[in-house]
Design a protein around this ligand. Structure first.
Ligand SMILES: [Mg+2]
Length: 367
């Protein structure tokens, strides 16, 4: 497939409520939509770094610069024409995973459309229906946390995940268990604890959690192994699971029993599927996390989550959960805790151009 032109739209959509985790708070969602045009068809991807250093060193600005000055000129110059050649070229540039994810996933959408099959089928998925879990941030009070869970649980989400940090863990968990009983419950610390906290973290076993996600710093695989040996609750790696060699090392060290795969963090669907396959071979179940992305990126995670070793509910929620308005049509919807993917070719969820116009920060076309 010959690429005619590539478009970029940096958009910024207000969140319905601020999202606070252990290392920061955001009130708006920045994303760069990447459109790859070829022979009358258009594939779309989403580069979805958070602003500031909320989750990673990549920001919307650094991602925009990398796309416009480096990655897009490289692909156009080398006439990349397949997902394999796109990945081979992107692999020659270090880092910039969010930029790569937006560009690479656009080619997957385009290729699946050309094959006239939905993306999930093109990826090798087995079902078009995915379990969705509710994720809530850190609130000023436990009362507000309980109200937020109650407000969103009416959509039937298959599990609840709460964010924890030192000083906000055992107490909110006790209250959530007290209020909602035996719901499937998990926690995410976003690296907020250290090896000094291992004995304290052992108390998490009292709550029969589905998993504890990324309790320790991302480089500390040995610390995670020490913790996993100490507690019954499965440890899940998220921030640590940057690439295949790291995940391979984590599995060998017994640092985790579950891995959270994020398309944005690993630079696209090819690397995400490779990570899924490695975990499957090693008997480590996975699930699909989010930044959270807008609807294009969210839907891609849903497509990926149809692969057979995705064993836990995804963090992808309904469009209305986080965003005052999503930029896809149709919107992503959760019914009885399930999200059903469309049967139309490619991503299925298409870009709503009038919504893009409304939230546009800047646009560029490169050919
Ligand atoms: Mg996480």
């Amino acid at each position: 497939m010959k690429t005619d032109r590539i478009t970029l739209d940096h958009i910024r959509v207000p969140l319905v409520e601020p999202f606070k985790i252990s290392n920061g708070v955001i009130a708006e969602k920045d994303a760069i939509l990447v459109g790859v045009y070829s022979g009358g068809a258009a594939g779309y991807g989403e580069s979805s770094p958070m602003s500031g250093s909320f989750y990673s060193d990549d920001t919307p600005e650094s991602t925009w610069d990398c796309l416009t000055k480096e990655l897009i000129p490289l692909l156009l110059r080398e006439k990349a024409s397949s997902i394999e050649s796109v990945n081979a070229l992107l692999n020659t540039v270090p880092g910039n995973m969010f930029a790569k994810a937006g560009l690479e996933t656009a080619f997957w959408d385009l290729e699946a459309q050309k094959q006239s099959i939905p993306l999930w089928k093109y990826l090798g998925g087995e079902s078009h229906s995915v379990e969705s879990g509710l994720a809530v941030g850190i609130y000023p009070t436990i009362r507000e946390l309980l109200l937020a869970i109650e407000r969103y649980l009416v959509d039937g989400y298959k599990r609840v995940k709460i964010k924890i940090q030192p000083g906000w863990d055992l107490k909110p968990l006790t209250e959530v268990r007290g209020e909602f009983g035996a719901i499937p419950l998990m926690v995410d610390a976003n690296c907020a604890y250290t090896r000094q906290d291992l004995v304290h973290l052992k108390s998490l076993d009292d709550f029969e959690l589905v998993m504890v996600e990324q309790p320790l710093p991302k480089k500390d695989l040995e610390g995670h192994a020490e913790l996993q040996a100490l507690i019954q609750t499965p440890v899940c790696l998220d921030e640590s699971a940057e690439d295949l060699p790291t995940v391979r090392r984590a599995i060998a060290l017994k640092s985790c029993r579950i891995v959270n795969i994020k398309i944005q963090r690993v630079g696209g669907l090819h690397h995400a599927r490779q990570m899924h396959d490695l975990c499957a071979e090693s008997g480590i179940p996975v699930w699909g996390g989010t930044m959270p992305e807008l609807g294009i990126g969210g839907a891609q995670t849903l497509h990926l989550a149809t692969l057979k070793n995705f064993m836990y509910p995804t963090d992808v929620e309904s469009s209305k959960r986080w965003f005052v308005e999503d930029i896809v049509e149709p919107l992503i919807e959760v019914h009885n805790g399930m999200i059903t993917l469309l049967s139309s070719p490619g991503n299925g969820h298409r870009v709503n151009q009038s919504a893009v116009k409304k939230y546009l920060v800047r646009h560029e076309t490169i050919s």
